[in-house]
Design a protein around this ligand. Sequence first.
Ligand code: GLA
Length: 397
Amino acid sequence: MMKSRPSLLRNFASRTALVAGLLASACAPSSADSTPPETVQSRTDEPAVASLKDAFAQHFLVGAALPANIFSEEDKASAELVKAQFNRITAENETKWRGVHGEPDEFSFETSDKFVEFGKRNEMEIHGHVLVWHTDQPDWIFQGEGGQPATREQLLDRLKEHIATVAGRYKGSIAYWDVVNEAFEDDGTMRKSPWYTIIGEDYIEQAFIAAAAAAPDAKLVYNDYNLWMPAKRDATVALVKKLQSKNIRIDAVGMQGHYRTAGDPTLAQVEEAILAYKGAGVQVLFSELDVDPLPFAWDRLGADVNFSVELREELDPYHEGFPAEAEEAQAQRYADLFRLFVKHSDVIESVTFWGVHDGMSWLNTWPVKGRTNYPLLFDRQLRPKKAWYAIMQVAAE
Ligand code: GLA
């Protein structure tokens, strides 16, 4: 049963006292070798389990994007926290084109292999990110002979070779692949990336065909930010239907979920998008979730990494600490989102956070470099925040 908001907030104190001690000892960097508790003995209205993965086991998998120092276990404390809390992982950067295929005839899988091994060792679902994107990739991809741009044929060959080699290497290990990331503008038109301008609109189809051949067991995903925006949502539904009508496999839409404490999207907008993708017959993943509590730096929603803003003092109000009211507002936003995810867990297969703890979030450097941000469920000491408790309570409702 849904609890009322005031009861959720009133219960923070007792919940915090009950669970925080147990988790803090499991998660604190200084106690990396202590094992987190599997269960928390509690009153009947307390969360019955102390991990996100167990709490939502009936609904969906819960994941995190990891940088190399976590999946290599160099940062042992964060790695232990990941093992305790999550049952799926995405590599933050190391399976991107630049990470595995920096030179034309050279693939380097040393780091991406470690990522996959970490997932396998810990029996986690492994998410590959990303085969085709407009950024984080070397310039040679789009260059042809004598300083000319690559031709359509050249670029198609490179796309197919890359997908066959990378998705092929992890055949049977990587369960989901983001085949194409961020192909649309917010108004639903195609992004004029070199993929689009050199190959044409069918680069998306070609990528999905190549991925289906290279990784027949992996689920194939179209991933993007702002997929709740009606124009972008409709363009994505149209893409899904077009691929389906040509018998090209697409299994899921990844709604990145870079959201904010306040403002758009409304829950209704997110829900309408979930239902639209469900109606098109694909799974929904929340693939890069975070909730940014800092003041709006500009009027762009979403995650277009090609733009940034200069640091100004008023944009960085919490560099000395995260005030309780701001943390509570963020917790409520997270709880509202998770209530919606549970409601639609028939179509939502997984929810993955874009990072593990506040200290390593990309939102400390984007869209403004040098801010102190607090977008995730664990603080810089790896302690669970109010948002963690709020989400755990949603699981117990
Ligand atoms: C986008 C990409 C991710 C990542 C984030 C920022 O959302 O899909 O790979 O680069 O931006 O870290």
